[in-house]
Design a binder for this molecule. Structure first.
Ligand SMILES: Cc1cc2nc3c(=O)[nH]c(=O)nc-3n(C[C@H](O)[C@H](O)[C@H](O)COP(=O)(O)OP(=O)(O)OC[C@H]3O[C@@H](n4cnc5c(N)ncnc54)[C@H](O)[C@@H]3O)c2cc1C
Length: 403
C-alpha cells in the first residue's frame, strides 16, 4: 500500500474528534504536508466521540486559568463556527442549572461566581422565573447559560475526516496500532496490518492513551480508569418536556456533572449519564468484562485510592445503575412528572479519566511529549467541545518539537 512505503510528515492515532481535528489542524498549519490517520475501528467516532451527551459546553465548571476553562470557552465558539461553515446541524438551546434545596442553592452561587471569573454570560432565575421558562421543572433557583448548545460530535468528526481526505490526507480504518518505535529521524508505527513511518506522531487514543504512552517507552504516573455513563431515552411523548438542557448543581467533591435531561440534536431527550466503574474499557453493556482491563485496574494503587476516597458516591452510582427506580429519582428531583415507563434503553458511553498513582483524579487536559511524539493523555469532557482549540494547542506544541 502506498501509505506504507513512504515517510509521512505526520501520523495521528485515533479517529475520534481529537484525532480528526488534529489531522485537519496539521494540514492547515503545514500546507502540503502528508498526514496519515490510523484508527483501529472500521469507522470514525466509535468510542467517546460517538457516545456522549452531544453538549457544546460553555465552560461553567472549570477552574479559572485551567486549560479546560480556556479551551471550552474558545471551543464553544469554534464548534458553532465549524458547524455553520460545514453544514453540521446544531442548536444553541441554552442550559439551566437547577438547585433543588438550600445546599444546592449555596453551591449554585459558587458556580455563578465561577462563571463571572470565566467570563461566561448567565442569567440568575428565582423559583418563579424558572417555572415560567420551564413549567415542567421544579427548583428553588436556577441559572441560565444561553451559549450552551447541542450537536452530534460523531457528525463533526466524520465531516472533519472528509475534509482531511479532501486535502490529500489518508485515513486508514481497521488499523490497530500495536507498537511504536521512535528514532532520532522518524517514528515507526506498527499496526496489525503493517508498519508506517512519519516524522512526527500525535496520539489521540482516548481510553487507550496510557497504553499508547507506554508503547513509546514512557512510564506515565497515571492510568486511564473507565467510567461508564449510562443513559435512558425519554419516551417520545416527552420530546418537548423541556426547552433547555436541565442540569443539577453538581457536588464539587465529585468529578462528574450529575444526571441531566439533554435534548439531543435529533429531537429526542435523554436522561443521564451516571458514572459507574467499567470492567472493560470499551465494553458498553453492564455485563461486559475484560480480564486484562480489570486486573490492570485493580493492581493500580491510584484506582484503589480513588475508590476509597469516593466510596459512598461509588456505591450510590452503582445502586442507580442496578435500580432503574433509583436512577429515576435523580431526574425526578427536578422533573417530578417522569415515570418509570418513560425511561427507555439507550446506549452507554465510557469516559476515559486519568487517575494518578496517588489517587488524584487528573482534572485538567494533560499532554505528554517525547522528541518526535505528542500524546493526549487526559481529554474527558468537555474535550469534544474543546476539540478545535485543543488541536491548535497540539499544533503549537508540534511546532516547538519541529523547531
Ligand atoms: C458519557 C459521556 C458523555 C460526554 N458528554 C460530553 C458532552 O456533552 N460534551 C463534551 O464536550 N464532551 C463530552 N464527553 C467527552 C467527550 O466525548 C470526549 O472528551 C471526546 O470525545 C474525546 O475525544 P477523543 O478523540 O480523545 O476520544 P475517542 O472518541 O474515544 O477516540 C479515540 C480513538 O482512538 C482509537 N484508538 C485507541 N487506541 C488505538 C490504537 N491502539 N490504534 C488505533 N486507534 C486507536 C479509538 O478506537 C478511538 O476511535 C462525554 C463523554 C462521555 C463518555
Amino acid at each position: 500500500m502506498a501509505a506504507r512505503g513512504r515517510v509521512h510528515d505526520f501520523a495521528v492515532i485515533g479517529g475520534g474528534i481529537l484525532g480528526m481535528s488534529t489531522a485537519l489542524a496539521l494540514q492547515r498549519a503545514y500546507s502540503g504536508s502528508a498526514v496519515l490517520l490510523l484508527e483501529k475501528e472500521s469507522s470514525a467516532a466509535q468510542h467517546q466521540t460517538g457516545r456522549n451527551s452531544g453538549v457544546i459546553h460553555a465552560g461553567v465548571y472549570y477552574a479559572p486559568g485551567s486549560l479546560k476553562a480556556r479551551f471550552c470557552k474558545e471551543g464553544n465558539r469554534a464548534t458553532k463556527e465549524f458547524c455553520r461553515e460545514h453544514d453540521v446541524p446544531f442548536d444553541e438551546c441554552g442550559k439551566l442549572l437547577v438547585a433543588t434545596n438550600a445546599v444546592e442553592l449555596e453551591r449554585m452561587h459558587a458556580l455563578v461566581k465561577r462563571c463571572g471569573e470565566n467570563g461566561i454570560d448567565i442569567e440568575v432565575l428565582d423559583e418563579r422565573a424558572l417555572r415560567e421558562i420551564e413549567p415542567n421543572v421544579v427548583g428553588v433557583g436556577a441559572f441560565l447559560v444561553p451559549s450552551t448548545g447541542i450537536v452530534s460530535y460523531a457528525r463533526i468528526a466524520e465531516r472533519m475526516g472528509e475534509l482531511v481526505q479532501a486535502n490529500g490526507g489518508t485515513l486508514l480504518f481497521d488499523h490497530p496500532v500495536t507498537a511504536i518505535s521512535e528514532s532520532s529521524r522518524e517514528v515507526r508505527v506498527h499496526t496489525t496490518r503493517g508498519a508506517f513511518s512519519a516524522r512526527y506522531l500525535v496520539a489521540c487514543a482516548g481510553l487507550q492513551s496510557d497504553r499508547v504512552s507506554r508503547m513509546l517507552g514512557l512510564n506515565p504516573d497515571f492510568q486511564i480508569i473507565p467510567f461508564r455513563g449510562e443513559y435512558f431515552l425519554l419516551h417520545e411523548r416527552h420530546n418537548r418536556i423541556v426547552k433547555h438542557l436541565i442540569y443539577p448543581i453538581p457536588d464539587p467533591s465529585l468529578p462528574f456533572l450529575g444526571v441531566h435531561l439533554t435534548r439531543m440534536i435529533d429531537g429526542t431527550v435523554t436522561v443521564g449519564p451516571n458514572a459507574v466503574i467499567a470492567f472493560k474499557r470499551e465494553g458498553y453493556r453492564k455485563s461486559d468484562f475484560s480480564l486484562r482491563d480489570t486486573v490492570e485496574m485493580l493492581a493500580f494503587p491510584g484506582f484503589r485510592k480513588v475508590i476509597r476516597k469516593h466510596f459512598r458516591a461509588s456505591l450510590t452510582e452503582l445502586g442507580n445503575s442496578l435500580s432503574k427506580r433509583s436512577y429515576l429519582r435523580c431526574a425526578q428531583k427536578y422533573c417530578p412528572q417522569l415515570r418509570l415507563d418513560d425511561l427507555l434503553p439507550y446506549p452507554a458511553g465510557i469516559r476515559a479519566q486519568a487517575v494518578k498513582r496517588s489517587g488524584e483524579v487528573v482534572e485538567d487536559f494533560l499532554f505528554l511529549r517525547t522528541d518526535r511524539s505528542l500524546i493526549v493523555c487526559n481529554a474527558p469532557s468537555p474535550a469534544a467541545t474543546s476539540a478545535i482549540p485543543i488541536s491548535r494547542h497540539i499544533v503549537e506544541n508540534v511546532r516547538a518539537i519541529t523547531g
